[in-house]
Design a binder for this molecule. Structure first.
Ligand SMILES: C[S@@+](CC[C@H](N)C(=O)[O-])C[C@H]1O[C@@H](n2cnc3c(N)ncnc32)[C@H](O)[C@@H]1O
Ligand SMILES: Nc1nc2[nH]cc(C(=O)O)c2c(=O)[nH]1
Ligand code: SF4
Ligand SMILES: [Mg+2]
Length: 237
């Protein structure tokens, strides 16, 4: 039976980002990524530092673990990573199992790989990476993914750290003006211990002003990572 490389399963917590911000959700975080963003807040999924924590789980085992953590106390599961779009058949099976149980499914991915199961999820967040990440956008791949996503619940979310990233976010929004668009404050130090909310709120104020001042950004939403304001750089939140 094929298995999913899982780095962590946690929750219930509150979705801190994007279109479903504020909703109670469980998380399944897969291991492995085809990117290596300079500021990745989940680098342990791909940099080898947590490789002994990777478990190869069947879809049924994942559902059992979700229930043992929170039976009857969740109705949404967010699948993130790493890049969950690297996984084909066992991920589709997990999604089918969750759908059978009337669980809403959200997925976080960066828009580098298409999977047919994208059209089975309820909330699909595509997060192309700006220049500060050090990654190059494959615009053809992104186009393919957005053209094949039938679900109207797709949204785009770009993390912004600086002016150049903001220009990139504008470029993505202008290419796809009909797709709900989110800009998210970048967390510049994902290793800092203790309370980082003051630093993040300063970043949010800067990003608010960028959007306020820009007549081409009248229809975007500006958000912090809400969970990082509350729980800072803690893992599993
Ligand atoms: C860890 S990624 C995993 C999913 C997928 N690989 C992706 O990047 O969309 C989940 C979300 O966290 C965002 N993220 C990662 N590091 C961040 C940081 N330092 N500050 C703000 N957002 C960050 C990503 O852009 C993405 O939207
Ligand atoms: N609370 C909470 N919300 C999130 N939204 C997206 C996350 C992610 O790492 O993909 C995330 C996360 O790690 N925690
Ligand atoms: S694409 Fe996502 S998981 Fe991969 S390195 Fe970038 S932020 Fe991290
Ligand atoms: Mg996160």
């Amino acid at each position: 039976m094929s298995r999913v490389p899982v780095l962590e399963i946690f929750g219930p917590t509150i979705q801190g980002e994007g279109a479903a911000i504020g909703m109670k959700t469980m998380f399944v975080r897969t291991a492995g990524c085809d990117y290596s963003c300079s500021w990745c807040d989940s680098a342990f999924t791909w940099d080898g530092s947590a490789k002994d924590q990777i478990r190869m789980l069947t879809p049924q085992e994942i559902v059992l673990e979700l229930d043992s953590l929170a039976a009857n106390n969740y109705s949404m599961v967010t699948i993130s990573g790493g890049n969950p779009a690297l996984i084909s058949e066992p991920m589709e099976k997990l999604i089918d199992l969750l759908r059978d149980r009337q669980v809403n499914i959200a997925v976080e991915t960066q828009g580098t790989r298409w999977q047919n199961w994208f059209n089975k999820v309820n909330i699909l967040t595509i997060s192309p990476k700006p220049p500060s990440s050090g990654m190059d956008t494959d615009w053809g791949k992104l186009e393919h993914i957005l053209a094949h996503s039938k679900d109207p619940l797709i949204s785009l979310k770009v993390v912004v750290f600086n002016d150049e990233d903001f220009l990139y976010a504008k470029q993505v929004h202008q290419k796809y003006p009909k797709i709900p668009f989110y800009v998210q404050v970048g967390n510049e130090d994902v290793t800092e211990e203790g309370d980082i909310s003051g630093r993040l709120l300063k970043g949010l104020e800067w990003l608010f002003q960028k959007v306020i001042d820009d007549p081409e950004m009248n229809e975007v939403r500006v958000l912090p990572q809400l969970h990082a304001l509350i729980w800072h750089n803690k893992r599993g939140k």
